[in-house]
Design a protein around this ligand. Structure first.
Ligand SMILES: *Cc1c(COP(=O)(O)O)cnc(C)c1O
Length: 429
């Protein structure tokens, strides 16, 4: 039925189609394997409390067929823009099951979401809640909201922390003035629970459990004294997955019991009350399903360093690191097939993998050992199904965006290419 990733990180069913894909769409090309999406969803579902609900965070990979596969499996949609909402609804996610999150929601997008039937929002501040209430009165609708709480640290884990320090996300757990206001309904909107999202990609299983336990305690410490009984506990995510290097999806055999115990301690009536417990994941549901194919364009020596120039750079993968604020994605590619005759340069030492952009920030890996590359060779960068093209600097240098190909077992289901184009805007007045 479903095929797991191979040990190398390139799924078996993806390998089957590589030649045809490279011949038809060239490189760079992303390949998304729906069989791996299915097995990833099943794995995470199994590791979480049985009665909980799992939301797919579309920002990880908004490809319509990836979203449709997850919707089909029963994932709900967590969206943060009008564009993501459109993809989710077109993919078959019912609007009433959507959770709308994110700082800086505009009146226009709130009204649009309400028009289309979204009824659950995460609010990030008193102002955000005010705007939601006004959007409801303008559209004649009602809505429920979760109060997003910036909870104290449960651990030191996570590759990108959202909470436990001053943050643009949510309301500080000790900001009692804001919380007092948000815990009371306003106009046609009412609070139904709380939302936490501590960090992403928490590799250490002990730290991951500690974050969830901390979130549960934080929510209880706010709700209890206020006499507020949450109907919805959104505990966020943080589930890890390998990124752009070989590896398989981590499992969490202890997690379900740890979270159940924390919930039963902090909210002894939650099972009897039918309290909804929500989790969110982007990367763990899609990362291992994706493979980026790229071609070596040049291999050259500068000083004592070897550079391999690829046709995929930070315009295609890990683009946010191209801004120089994050470390380079440090990819570890897998050479495909035999490669072409070695160039006169056969580097023995580490190779710096760079992209084709005219900036020294276009580095996919500062130093990869054990690679012997030559121009014309194709490489696979595994585990790139999350935070791929749509998290990259697609527009920079106006290069052709990568192709995206979806495979499922022995079928190639679709092939396309993201585009960037100017749409004419009619000026008013
Ligand atoms: C980004 C984000 C997620 C998904 O994070 P992953 O690391 O991809 O699982 C979930 N919830 C919120 C609120 C987010 O901002």
């Amino acid at each position: 039925m479903t095929e797991p990733s191979t040990e190398s990180g390139v799924p078996t069913s993806t390998r089957r189609h590589l030649t045809q894909i490279i011949q038809s769409v060239g490189t760079p090309a992303y390949v998304y394997d729906l069989g791996v999406v299915r097995s990833s969803f099943a794995a995470l579902r199994e590791d979480l409390p049985a009665a909980s609900e799992l939301f797919y965070s579309l920002k990880a990979n908004p490809h319509p067929l990836v979203v449709a596969q997850l919707a089909d499996l029963g994932a709900r949609a967590e969206v943060s823009s009008t564009g993501e909402l459109s993809v989710a609804l077109a993919a078959g996610c019912p609007a009433h099951g959507v959770l709308y999150t994110g700082p800086g929601k505009t009146m226009a997008e709130l009204e649009d979401a309400l028009h289309r039937g979204v009824r659950l929002f995460s609010v990030e501040s008193v102002t955000d809640r005010q705007r939601l209430a006004e959007a409801c009165s303008r559209t004649g609708s009602t809505a429920d909201y979760l109060i997003r709480v910036n909870s104290p640290r449960g651990s030191t884990g996570g590759s990108l922390r959202m909470t436990g320090r001053p943050s643009a996300f949510g309301v500080d757990h000790n900001d009692s003035q804001a919380l007092d206001r948000l815990l009371r309904p306003l106009g046609a909107v009412r609070p139904v629970g709380m939302h936490t999202f501590c960090a992403t990609n928490i590799a250490d299983p002990v730290a991951l459990a500690a974050e969830f336990e901390q979130s549960v305690r934080t929510i209880a410490a706010i709700a209890g004294p206020a006499g507020f009984t949450p109907q919805v506990l959104d505990l966020g995510g943080g589930f890890p997955a390998p990124f752009a290097r070989p590896g398989s999806l981590p499992r969490h055999p202890q997690l379900r019991a740890a979270i159940d115990a924390a919930l039963d301690t902090a909210f002894p009536d939650q099972r009897r009350n039918g309290t909804r417990v929500l989790f969110e994941s982007g990367r763990a549901l899609t990362a291992t399903a994706g493979t980026l194919l790229t071609t070596v364009l040049d291999v050259k020596l500068s000083g004592d360093r070897v550079f391999a120039v690829l046709d995929a750079g930070v315009n295609v993968l890990g683009g946010m690191s191209g801004l120089g604020r994050l470390r380079s994605p440090s990819v570890v590619p897998i050479p495909l097939g035999e490669g072409t005759p070695a160039s006169e340069l056969s580097p023995a030492g580490p190779v710096t993998l760079v992209g084709p952009l005219c900036t020294p920030l276009d580095v996919l890996a500062p130093a990869v050992e054990g690679l012997s590359l030559s121009p014309g060779q194709t490489l696979a960068i595994p585990n790139t199904g999350a935070y791929g093209p749509t998290a990259s600097l697609l527009g920079f240098l106006s290069r052709t965006p990568p192709a995206e190909v979806v495979v499922d077992g022995d079928r190639i289901v679709a092939a396309g290419r993201l585009g960037l184009h100017t749409q004419e805007v009619v000026l008013r007045g």
